[in-house]
Design a protein around this ligand. Structure first.
Ligand code: ADP
Length: 686
């Protein structure tokens, strides 16, 4: 079955190729043979009749009939010998004398039919009247009676005019272009020529003074003419011309006649270029549209983020203002309220103690809030500096626990310390006050956010780091809030500030301080179960200071120390004096100076002064100047600056003036104590 199909297909291909080849054989064998036997068959070409036959720019013949002859040549597979003529009359004469066999282009007339056969009639084109532009366009050939009308000699139109318009004065020229030029120059008044030819010549020769005004009742029908006696040639021509299909004929005509100058909008090129431009523009517009849309979206998103940030920051600030008002009012109410109650004589000693402690705690809370606000602004302007000193971690943790013990107890919470750092490795080099502040913020939060259970502080050494962990059994931190708690003014939820108070600064400060001392802070927390904050600080161990021998402790008696308090404010002086007088293990003799000048004079007059507590802001002479002068008089006399909360710059200034240490006001007993220890041994001057 498959073979059958293949054979049928091959047979069909063979048949098609045979039948398609048959086109080449329109002539029979005898005719072909006859053609082969001819030395040459001459075709008369008169190449002055565009667009039928003419010399093109390359000086080769071109035109409708030339193409036609080529087609006939292809069909009979034979090339004729072309003989060029410059004179039509000569051509006619040679035809009559049988010198040529074929005339490429000729109008059929009765006279010519006697010795020529005509083939392949082409389109008819009317003869038209051509005049100079100044002539009236409505005139007719009849109106040229006795006037000169040019016509090419021997052309069919020449015969026609002479026969049909005997009144005209016909002047002969060798060809159409000479006739037209004679009209243009005024030698002739009109010319009658084939419409297609006339239009072609007027345009191509630039005869702009001429115009075509009317058609006359005679058409030009060009044909190929073959001498009658040559029977075989006529048979061949007849076969060949019959074989020319209408579409072949039309193709040739289209090539020559319909090459009209189309308006630009009718040209394919115009539409192709326009389409390209249009689509390119469309593509550009679409691209720009999407690009702008993308940019707008991007900007909108940026603006939205900026807006959200602004709103968030605004919300945080509003919250902060509300919190700050709360954080100031609450301790102030405590201080004011209980101070008022303290005035009453009927208080029991326990009540008095309790009220006093409330006032002290409230004052501390207040000062902590103020300090935190100032500190965060210092941190934000990157002005905070670190001061590394020998720090005993064990002591620092004990101090921390003792500070928060009472607060924890008030909430029924246990506070534990598990210090696993060996005694001899406790002293490291770090910024003590910053470390204390970090830990105190963490312990403070532990107590604040725990309602039942305990707070445990663990400390141990891991490689080159000391780890201090503060673990509580409190409310924990919601997962979604865990990213924000180290940001300034952030609190894990709105309710936090309502229920627990606070400014949302503690962890921000702790984090930034940790960075400053080269440490790391992290936490794990589970809602309702508790949190554990871990502080890792570089472990740089120091030599432990030589301790006092037990013998000394047992045999030496406490010595009185003379302290000068330079302080212009009454309350501050009274407070300091009271703190010093209540200091166990020490006995002090207190001197007072109300300004810097007095302080210098007292130090000058009294060589026994052991220590100066120097206020910085004082009338007449400030603490800096007074210190400088005192240090000049007694370089070894310790001067401790006492300042209200001040910037690092102020502290630096105090140290530069010669102060040996500084204390923040209001002076904290726990901070004053180590300073006194530093300058006085318990039992005598160092
Ligand atoms: P404040 O305590 O003044 O609100 P902090 O910066 O110290 O500010 O803490 C920020 C927030 O982190 C707190 O508001 C709280 O939501 C959360 N937080 C901090 N420590 C704890 C803790 N130990 N337990 C539960 N939540 C905590």
């Amino acid at each position: 079955m498959q073979n059958q199909i293949t054979y049928t297909f091959l047979f069909l291909c063979l048949f098609i190729s045979i039948t398609s080849c048959s086109d080449d054989t329109i002539l029979n064998e005898a005719e072909k043979k006859w053609l082969q036997e001819q030395d040459s068959i001459h075709v008369a070409v008169y190449p002055y009749y565009p667009p039928y036959q003419f010399l093109n720019k390359n000086d080769s013949i071109d035109g409708i009939l030339v193409d036609h002859l080529n087609l006939i040549e292809n069909k009979i597979n034979y090339r004729f010998q072309k003989q060029y003529y410059t004179s039509w009359t000569q051509l006619l004469e040679d035809t009559k004398n049988k010198k040529i066999d074929i005339i490429l282009e000729m109008q059929e007339t009765k006279e010519r039919q006697k010795y020529l056969n005509f083939y392949t009639e082409f389109f008819e084109t009317p003869f038209v009247l051509v005049v100079r532009k100044e002539y009236d366009s409505s005139i007719d050939l009849k109106d040229f009676k006795n006037q000169t009308v040019s016509a090419p000699e021997g052309y069919s139109i020449d015969d026609y005019l002479k026969k049909n318009y005997p009144d005209l004065n016909i002047k002969n020229y060798p060809d159409d272009i000479s006739c037209l030029r004679s009209v243009q120059s005024g030698e002739s008044d009109a010319f009658v020529g084939g419409k297609a030819l006339v239009n072609y010549l007027i345009k191509s020769e630039g005869l702009t003074d001429l115009k075509v005004i009317t058609e006359i009742n005679y058409n030009y029908i060009p044909s190929i003419a073959v001498r009658k006696e040559n029977k075989t040639l006529n048979t061949i021509f007849s076969k060949a011309t019959r074989n020319i299909s209408n579409s072949e004929k039309q193709e040739i005509l289209n090539n020559w006649l319909f090459k009209t100058v189309k308006p630009f909008y009718k040209k394919a090129k115009f539409w192709i270029i326009s389409s390209i431009i249009f689509f390119a523009a469309l593509a550009s517009i679409i691209f720009i549209h999407f690009y702008l849309k993308f940019k707008i979206n991007q900007k909108t998103k940026e603006l939205q983020i900026a807006k959200d940030n602004a709103e968030e920051s605004n919300r945080i600030k509003t919250n902060f203002i509300q919190n700050i008002s709360h954080e100031i009012r609450t301790p102030m109410n405590g201080i004011m309220g209980f101070s008022e109650l303290l005035k009453s004589d009927s208080l029991t000693p326990e009540e008095r103690k309790e009220y006093t402690e409330i006032i002290i705690d409230s004052g501390k809370d207040l000062i902590t809030s103020v300090n935190d606000i100032l500190e965060i602004s210092v941190l934000e302007t990157k002005q905070s500096k670190v001061r590394f000193t020998e720090t005993n971690i064990g002591e620092l943790l004990l101090e921390l626990v003792s500070e928060y013990e009472r607060k924890a107890k008030d909430k029924n919470l246990a506070i534990h310390l598990k210090n696993d750092i060996p005694e001899e490795e406790n002293t490291i080099l770090t910024d003590r006050s910053k470390l204390y502040k970090i830990l105190s913020n963490l312990v403070h939060n532990g107590i604040k956010f725990t309602n039942a259970g305990s707070i445990t502080i663990f400390s141990y050494i891991v490689g080159d780091f000391i780890h201090i962990s503060i673990k509580d059994t409190g409310i924990g931190i919601k997962q979604k809030d865990q990213d924000i708690i180290f940001k300034s003014f952030s609190q894990s939820e709105k309710e936090i500030s309502k229920n627990f108070g606070g400014l949302g600064l503690g962890l921000a400060i702790a984090k930034q301080y940790t960075d400053l001392i080269g440490g790391k802070i992290s936490f794990v927390s589970k809602e309702s179960e508790g949190s554990a904050f871990l502080l890792e600080i570089p472990y740089t161990q120091m030599q432990k200071n030589a301790e006092l021998s037990t013998d000394d402790q047992e045999t030496t008696k406490p010595k009185k120390h003379i302290v000068l308090i330079a302080e212009d404010g009454e309350i501050n002086f009274l407070f300091l004096k009271t703190v010093l007088s209540k200091m166990a293990d020490f006995e002090f003799v207190i001197y007072r100076a109300k300004n810097g000048k007095e302080a210098v004079e007292i130090c000058h007059e009294n060589e026994k002064i052991d220590l100066v507590l120097m206020d910085i802001k004082m009338p007449i002479m400030d603490g800096y100047d007074a210190t400088k002068r005192i240090k000049k008089l007694r370089p070894n006399l310790p001067v401790v600056a006492q300042t209200a909360y001040s910037t690092e710059e102020d502290i630096e200034k105090a140290l530069a003036a010669g102060c040996d240490d500084f204390l923040a006001k209001p002076v904290d007993r726990k901070i004053l104590r180590p300073i006194l220890d530093k300058y006085f041994s318990i039992f005598g001057n160092q």
